[in-house]
Design a protein around this ligand. Sequence first.
Ligand SMILES: Cc1cc2nc3c(=O)[nH]c(=O)nc-3n(C[C@H](O)[C@H](O)[C@H](O)COP(=O)(O)OP(=O)(O)OC[C@H]3O[C@@H](n4cnc5c(N)ncnc54)[C@H](O)[C@@H]3O)c2cc1C
Ligand code: SF4
Length: 522
Amino acid sequence: MVAPFELTDDNVVVIIGTGAGGGVLANELAQKGVSVVALEAGGRYLPDDYVNDEWASFGQLAWTDTRTTSGDWRVAKDFSNLPAWIVKAVGGTTTHWAGASLRFQPHEWKARSSYGEVEGANLLDWPIDADEMAPFYTRAEDKLGVTRTNGIPGLPGNNNFKVFEAGAKKIGYKEVHTGRMAINSQERAGRMACQQTGFCFQGCKWGAKWSAAYTDIPAGEATGYLEVREKAHVARILHDASGKVTGVEYFDEAGELQMQRARVVCVAGNSFESPRLLLNSHSSMFPDGLANSSGMVGRNYMRHLTGSVYGIFEKPVHMYRGTTMAGIVQDEARHDPSRGFVGGYELETLSLGLPFMAAFLDPGAWGREFTTALDSYENMAGMWIVGEDMPQESNRVTLSDAEDRFGLKVANVNYSDHPNDKAMRDHAYRQGAAIYDAVGATRTLPTPPYPSTHNLGTNRMSERPEDGVVNRNGRAHDVPNLYVSDGSQFTTGAAENPTLTIVALAIRQAEHIASEMNQGTL
Ligand SMILES: Cc1cc2nc3c(=O)[nH]c(=O)nc-3n(C[C@H](O)[C@H](O)[C@H](O)COP(=O)(O)OP(=O)(O)OC[C@H]3O[C@@H](n4cnc5c(N)ncnc54)[C@H](O)[C@@H]3O)c2cc1C
Ligand code: SF4
C-alpha cells in the first residue's frame, strides 16, 4: 500500500511529531517499505520560507502554545509561559538547531555506576552502552554529514571562535576546535557548503545545515511509504481492551477531530508534549495515563545545565558573523569529582543577535549596567555552557489546569536546580570568564539559562519497568505496540548536545520495529 493512507488503515505505523526523532524514524521505516503516517502539529516551511530576523523567525517556527511553569529555576520567573524554545513545524526543532553533534562519552551511558549515589538525584544506568550504540552513531554522523567524522573537514573558525580559541589555549585547554557540526563544510548530499551567514537558529536558507525538514522527510516521502500530515495535532492515543494501542485522535487543520487507526504508535513530540500526550490519554484501564504504571511518565525532566558567558573587548569581534556555534572546548567534559561535582560540561561559542541579546542577556534588567553591555554588542564574544544536569523525580511535566484551544490540558513544567547543577554552573562561569580575561576582556557577563532548548527525560529508558517508561528499544514497558522515539527517552542527559544521540536511537529503533513487524511479533 502506498501513501496517502486511509484513516481506517490499521497496518500503518503512526509517528507523532517529525523532529530529530520522529522525522528520522519516519524516513528510516519508509526506506524499509514500512507504511508510515507522520502527524505533525506544525506547518511545513522550507529554506525559501525561513526569515533572517530573530523574532520574525521565532513567530514563524516556535511552539508558542501555552505552557505553565513552577519550581525555583529562573526561567519560571523570566519566561513563565515559555519554559522551552522548541519548534512546531515539519522537521521539528532541527530547523532551529545549531548543529553541534557529539557522541556521549562511554561512562555517561552508565551514570549511576560511574557517579555513585548522588543525594537527591534519581540517577540510573541506561540499559544500552557505548559499544552497542557505536555503529548507530556512525550511521547518524554519515546521515547528518558531521564535520570531523567520515573524513569531512572541520568548518573554518569565525571571529567569535578565534577569541575563544586564543583565550582557551592561553589558560591551558587542549581540546579546542571548530566542533563536530551537522553543517556542510563542503558540498555534500546535494546540499551546498556553509555560507557563514550566521542565521543558523532561524533555519538555514542555504540548506547547508542538516534539518529533517528538507532531508529525511522528503527522502521518506519519495519512497511512497511515508505520508506526512501537517497541522495535525494529536490529542490522545487510543487502545483496546487488551491494552494494545489501536490508533490516535487528532485535530486536523480545520480543527476537526479525526481518528487514524494504527498497528504501532511512536511518540516523538519532544519532552513536554510526549508525556503530556501519554497523560492526556488516560482511560478507565490506565487512569494515571498511558504507559504509566511506574508513575514515571513526566518525571526526571532534564534540560542540561546551561548558561552563557559573554566577554566585552576593546575592539570589535562581530560575533554574529559566521556559524552561530563555531567552536568548542571539551576539556571540562570529563567526569572529575575533584572539581566539586559529578559529570562534566562543554563550552561552545554562541552568538545571539541584538534583538535576542536584549531579551536574554539579563531578563528584566534595566539601567546603566545593562545598557552599556548592549552598547558594546559589536565588541562582544559569547559562549554557551552545556553540561549534565541531575535527573530528579520532582522535576517533572504534569497536566496543568489550563487548556489549549482544543480543550486539552497543557503541560506544566516544574524544575529546580540540583546542588550539583549549581556547583557545575558556577565552575563553568568561572572558567568561561577566565577564557575571556586571558585575552584582555574589559568585562565578562555570566548570563542565566534561556528557555530550554535541550529537553530530555520524562519518559526514560530503564532495564526494570518500575524505574522508567520504556525499555532498551524505546518500547513502552506497559504497552507492546507503543514506542517513544524522541529525547524524552533519555535515561540521563550526558554533557553533550543531544540530537546526534536522538538520531542514532531513531535509526536503531527503526531496525527493531521493522524486524519485529517482519517477524509478525508487532
Ligand atoms: C535554538 C536551538 C539550538 C539548538 N542547537 C542544538 C545543537 O547544536 N545540537 C543539538 O544536539 N541540539 C540542539 N538543539 C536541540 C535539538 O533541536 C533538539 O534536541 C531536537 O530537535 C529534539 O528532537 P525531538 O525529536 O525530541 O523533538 P523536536 O525536534 O522538537 O520535534 C518534536 C515535534 O513534535 C511535534 N509535536 C509535538 N506534540 C505534537 C502533537 N500532539 N501532535 C503532533 N505533533 C506534535 C512538534 O511540533 C515538533 O515538530 C537546539 C535547539 C534549539 C531550539
Ligand atoms: S552560517 Fe552556515 S549553517 Fe548557519 S545559516 Fe548560514 S549557511 Fe546555514
